[in-house]
Ligand binder design. Structure first.
Ligand code: ADP
Ligand code: MG
Ligand code: ZN
Length: 478
């Protein structure tokens, strides 16, 4: 069914992430996953009468920082409202949330998707509180309130996403940014990221939005992708068969792989939002916002692009240095000491990282200085040692911390580029291998590689390989 040629999907995501704070949003209880049920609770987060919430400044700071990382404007004034509804996991019967005056508005996320940079605009990012967790047993149900009052950042996107795959890429990019910036650990297994998915379809090329269908409370990115694939097809089928879609909320069933309707028509006014009388408006000083601004780190995509541009690295290498920031920072120290950063990156990624894994060593345990890698690259680039010897040198410097040139001298690894000396090795190899020599003469080009290998062996890896090839060919063809 090529429905996607006649219709296009329009998707907007509301992503909730738990902030990485020590304590909860309005009380001193620990913001901690995995404690025994109802051990991180107090009168405030249990919603007992007569208590007063006190805003967690670290949560406010992380919210503004997230806003800055998402290229948002930070309004001079934010406010907390009560969103009223009943649910057993929420003892106050309202959730405190930033409603019409959020802490961050109008930003965007850039990310790579299908070979291009895509931009999804961010409508707003606002701070709210998480609710408890209902648990259902054989005969009874219970609620664990450890999660109640954990600071939660909701990031609302504009409906700029056009496919299930693009939604998946956006979510991963968003997660990378938030982890990079220290906003959230975004541990999916621990439920730190949850997502409401809004999707409609419309005839391709038209601009009016179709009826918005919301799929609530998705807790995995692959689930979001699967749910969207299903839901887009379903909506297109309804329209194609002459049916109508109405704004509604659906639930994704991961087992059966379908969405099913939960309720229709739910609007903001149903919640009777009003400003929480117990909380002051949040009006950060310019100085405070500027201090937060100092913690804005380079974003993953910007880092990747910079490594590709400044060091002429292929995308794969640059990505390694994005995924492993300390390794990338180390590489940048190395790159100061070499005109061949790509050569240095190879050593760092292929050799150093592998040896670190093998030996269980961390960067701080590396015995040689970063410039030693630059020196090694130069020795190879200038033809002083073969790349094979360089491997030996690297293993040795990793072990002892000795400088590459000292190891080369000590082990006599200087490459033999002297024609007469290489010729002598070649003659020896030819004399010792009449079979392959005959093969080569009979037209088997591959036999040359075997003979080259013999010469390298005889020279203990020191003969200049380019020269070996040249001389062997001359001798065998002549
Ligand atoms: P609500 O007030 O019902 O929460 P919003 O207008 O705040 O609705 O939008 C919630 C999310 O739904 C946003 O991410 C927005 O981009 C997205 N959205 C809004 N309208 C549509 C639509 N017609 N189709 C797909 N997504 C939509
Ligand atoms: Mg909403
Ligand atoms: Zn508490």
């Amino acid at each position: 069914m090529s429905s996607t040629t006649e219709y296009e999907a329009v998707i907007g995501l509301e992503t909730h992430v738990q902030l990485r704070t020590r304590s909860k949003m309005w009380c001193g209880c620990a913001n901690e996953f995995g404690a025994p049920p109802n051990t991180n609770v107090c009168p405030v987060c249990l919603g007992l009468p007569g208590v007063l919430p006190v805003a967690n400044e670290e949560a406010l700071r992380l919210t503004v920082l997230a806003g800055l990382l998402l290229n948002c404007e930070i309004p001079a004034r934010a406010r907390f409202d009560r969103k009223n509804y009943f649910y057993p996991d929420m003892p106050k019967n309202y959730q405190i949330t930033q409603y019409d005056q959020p802490s961050a508005v109008r930003g965007w996320v850039d990310f790579e998707f299908e070979g291009a940079i895509q931009r999804v605009r961010i409508t707003r990012a606002h701070l709210e509180e998480d609710v408890g967790k209902s648990m259902h047993f054989a005969q009874t149900s219970g609620v664990d309130f450890n999660r109640a009052g954990v600071p939660l950042l909701e990031i609302v996107s504009e409906p700029d996403i056009t496919s299930a795959d693009m939604a998946y890429a956006y979510l991963n990019a968003l997660k990378d940014i938030l982890v990079f910036g220290g906003i959230s650990d975004c541990d999916m297994e621990k439920g730190m990221v949850r997502c409401d998915v809004n999707v409609s379809v419309r005839p391709r090329g038209t601009s009016q939005l179709g009826a918005k269908i919301e799929i609530k409370n998705m807790n995995s990115f692959s689930g979001v992708r699967r749910a969207l694939e299903y839901e887009i097809q379903r909506q297109v089928s309804v329209l194609k068969s002459g049916g109508q879609l109405v704004q509604s909320t659906r639930r994704w069933d991961d087992q059966t792989g379908v969405t099913e309707e939960m309720r229709t028509k739910e609007y903001a006014h149903d919640y009777r939002y009003f400003p929480d009388p117990d909380l002051m408006a949040f009006v950060p000083s310019e100085q405070w916002v500027n201090d937060v601004r100092k913690c804005v780190v380079e974003l993953p995509l910007a880092r990747k692009q910079r490594f590709m541009r400044d060091y002429k690295l292929p995308a794969g290498d640059a990505q390694v240095f994005v995924d492993d920031v300390p390794l990338g920072d180390y590489f940048e120290l190395v790159a100061r000491h070499t005109p061949n950063p790509k050569g240095a990156a190879n050593w760092v990624i292929n050799n150093m990282r592998a040896l670190m894994v093998q030996t269980g060593k961390a960067l701080k345990d590396i015995r040689f200085k970063p410039e030693a890698i630059g020196e090694l690259v130069a020795l190879v680039d200038q033809g002083k040692i073969s790349s094979k010897s360089a491997q030996e040198v690297f293993a040795e410097m990793f072990l002892t911390g000795e400088s590459p040139s000292a190891i080369v001298d000590r082990k006599g690894l200087v490459q033999v580029s002297d024609t007469a000396a290489v010729e002598a090795f070649c003659d020896q190899a030819i004399a010792a291998n009449p079979g392959p020599v005959a093969d080569f003469k009979a037209g088997k080009a591959a036999a040359l590689n075997f003979l080259k290998g013999q010469v390298m062996k005889l020279s203990r890896g020191r003969a200049n390989p380019a020269l070996v090839g040249e001389i062997l060919e001359k001798k065998l063809k002549g």
